[in-house]
Design a binder for this molecule. Structure first.
Ligand code: PLP
Length: 327
């Protein structure tokens, strides 16, 4: 497949990845419903295998490879969750895998990837540098590249979670989706808009890493300096030769909002207090946007995606500690 995926591809993905991927719960959040005067449902991809939705796209891509390709092995670069997903899927299917990381990625994430059975290759001060090192390695060893977002199979795989949301709550009005490279938002928007054209799809970016948003404004991929953020899974560019996600997001997504570090932190604390859910910063942007009043869902049914749970212990405790007794 080297065209933008269609709804059909999302349905095919769904059948293909069953068995490697969980159907996650989509539960109401009474606290958020109350705070927004709407009805809010949380899609718990933080409970997905490997701790994030990334396993959907990775498994759809890897299961689509030919036998010869599977034999050569797969490789990827990643801020963590995609690497983990590729390592897990390759491990389950008995396919050799190498994961390239930048020096920015926390060490505990590298360890987890190794535990799934993949080899980790650390090189580069940024995601972009890690990416160049990566292409060298892929070429040298003739590995099959499994990219984190700009791939039709990956996009279709991520879209499968939106099918589940619509099955559980068919009359959703609004869906809020964290945004980085845009594989997630493109897949979700594709599925939602195809089934339910009237529903509103909103991308939520971190203020410290709004690369897709700036790229949409510029009409082409732009590069930005990386800043430290609680939403570390949202770091990274969209690729200078972006082929799919920029165009799909431009065509399918209704609105965009941006959340601050403080708002993201508030979202993480909210999930813990009200749902006993541990979520990472990237996964908290939807809650953050609603609590900050940045998306009006008064009288509406909204779905928000809690995209993952990979948060470093020390960082998570710091966040909670700053809010002890502030209720
Ligand atoms: C990768 C990731 C995102 C963003 O997905 P993109 O497809 O890059 O936009 C959001 N949340 C978590 C937890 C992620 O791992």
């Amino acid at each position: 497949m080297n065209h933008c995926p269609t709804l059909r591809d999302v349905y095919i993905a769904r059948g293909r990845i069953t068995g490697l991927v969980r159907r996650t719960p989509f539960v109401e959040s009474p606290a958020l419903s109350k705070a927004t005067a709407g009805e809010v449902f949380l899609k718990l991809e933080c409970l997905q295998c490997t701790g994030s939705f990334k396993v959907r796209g990775a498994s759809n891509r890897i299961l689509s490879l030919s036998e010869a390709e599977k034999k050569r092995g797969v490789a990827t670069f990643s801020t963590g969750n995609h690497g983990k997903a590729v390592a897990y899927v390759a491990g389950r299917l008995g396919i050799p895998a190498v994961v390239c990381l930048s020096e920015h990625v926390p060490a505990y994430r590298a360890r987890l990837i190794e535990e799934y059975g993949a080899r980790v290759h650390v090189e580069g001060h940024s995601q972009d540098e890690a990416e160049s090192a990566y292409y060298g390695l892929v070429e040298e060893r003739r590995l099959v590249s499994v990219v984190p977002f700009d791939d039709p199979f990956v996009i279709a795989g991520q879209g499968t979670l939106a099918l589940e949301m619509l099955e559980d709550v068919p009359d959703l009005d609004t869906v809020l989706v964290p945004l980085s490279g845009g594989g997630l938002l493109a897949g979700v928007a594709l599925a939602i808009k195809s089934v339910h054209p009237g529903a509103r799809v909103v991308g939520v970016s971190a203020e410290r890493s709004p690369v897709m948003l700036e790229s949409l404004r510029a009409g082409k991929p732009v590069r930005m300096d990386e800043k430290d953020t609680l939403a570390d899974s949202l770091l990274g560019g969209i690729g200078d030769d972006n082929r799919y996600t920029l165009e799909m997001i431009r065509d399918l997504v209704d609105d965009h909002v941006v959340v601050t570090e403080e708002e993201i932190e508030g979202g993480m604390v909210f999930a813990f207090r009200n749902h006993s859910l541990v979520i990472e910063g990237a996964a908290a942007v939807g809650i953050a946007a609603l609590l900050a009043g940045k998306v009006d869902i008064h009288g509406k049914k909204a779905g928000i995606l809690l995209s993952g749970s990979s948060v470093e212990e020390r960082r998570y405790l710091e966040v909670l500690n700053r809010h002890v007794n502030t209720r």
